[in-house]
Design a protein around this ligand. Structure first.
Ligand SMILES: C[S@@+](CC[C@H](N)C(=O)[O-])C[C@H]1O[C@@H](n2cnc3c(N)ncnc32)[C@H](O)[C@@H]1O
Length: 211
C-alpha cells in the first residue's frame, strides 16, 4: 500500500464550506483555465467537491475523479450528475491510480500536490498512467520564491499540515514535476489570497507533458 495522508473528515467538512468562498474570490476562473486544454480520457486526482467539473470542455470523453475524503466525495458525486461531460467519482488516492499504464490523455491536479503524502510517488503514478504526449494540468499553491516567506512557510508547515488535511505550503511542486520526468510546457505564477485576511500565497497554473 502506498503511504497516504490520514483522511480526517473534519477537513472535508471545513473545505466544503471554505472552498466556495475561495471560488468566488477567483479560484473558479483559475479552475476554468486549468481544464480548458483537457481532452479525451481524463483522471482528476483529489477532486474535492467537484469544483472543476462544470468547466470540462466537450473534447473530454470521460473523467475518472478520485477523492479519498468521504464528505468531499459525496459532494463530488452530486456535482458529477450535472457535469457537461461524463464524470465517474471513486474513492482513491493519487499514489495509486486505478488505471492501466499509458491509458490516460490528461491528469488534472487542482490544489492537491500540496496534500499528497509523497509527491514523488504521486508524480510517478501520473507518469505511469499518461500516454506519451499526455498532459498534466496543474493548479497548485507552491513555496514562495522569497527566502524569508519560504522560511516562514517551513516554520508553519508542521502545524498547518495537521490542521489542513496534510497540506504543505512549503513545497516546490514545479521542481518536483520536472524532476519526475515531465516537461513543463507553460506556466503562470501569481499571488492569490484564498480567503479574506489570508496572505497572498504563490500559485501556479500550468501544463506539463510526458515525452
Ligand atoms: C485543497 S483540497 C482541493 C480539492 C479540489 N481539487 C479543489 O480544487 O477544490 C485537497 C484535496 O486533496 C485530497 N487529497 C488529500 N490527499 C490526497 C491523496 N493522497 N490523493 C488524492 N487526493 C488527496 C483531499 O481529500 C482534498 O480533496
Amino acid at each position: 500500500m502506498p503511504r497516504t495522508n490520514r483522511h480526517d473528515t473534519s477537513f472535508g467538512s471545513s473545505y466544503a464550506r471554505a472552498g466556495p468562498r475561495m471560488d468566488a474570490r477567483g479560484a473558479t476562473e483559475h479552475r476554468r483555465r486549468l481544464v480548458e486544454a483537457a481532452y479525451g480520457v481524463v483522471v482528476e486526482i483529489g477532486a474535492g467537491y467537484g469544483a472543476t467539473f462544470p468547466h470540462y470542455p466537450a473534447a473530454v470523453t470521460g473523467v475518472l475523479a478520485l477523492e479519498p475524503d468521504p464528505t468531499l466525495r459525496g459532494l463530488a458525486l452530486a456535482a458529477a450528475r450535472t457535469a457537461p461531460v461524463p464524470v465517474t467519482v471513486e474513492e482513491g488516492v493519487a499514489e495509486s491510480v486505478p488505471t492501466a499504464d499509458a491509458s490516460v490523455d490528461v491528469v488534472v491536479s487542482s490544489l492537491v500536490l500540496c496534500s499528497v503524502a509523497d509527491q514523488s510517488v504521486a508524480l510517478a503514478e501520473v507518469l505511469r498512467v499518461l500516454r506519451p504526449g499526455g498532459l498534466l494540468l496543474f493548479y497548485e499553491h507552491v513555496r514562495s520564491a522569497h527566502r524569508v516567506f519560504a522560511a516562514a512557510e517551513d516554520l508553519v508547515t508542521p502545524l498547518w499540515s495537521r490542521m489542513a488535511g496534510g497540506c504543505h505550503p512549503n513545497r516546490d511542486t514545479v521542481a518536483m514535476i520536472a524532476g519526475a520526468g515531465l516537461t513543463v510546457r507553460a506556466m503562470e505564477r501569481f499571488g492569490f489570497s484564498v480567503l479574506p485576511g489570508n496572505p497572498r500565497l504563490a500559485h501556479v497554473l500550468g501544463v506539463a507533458s510526458k515525452s
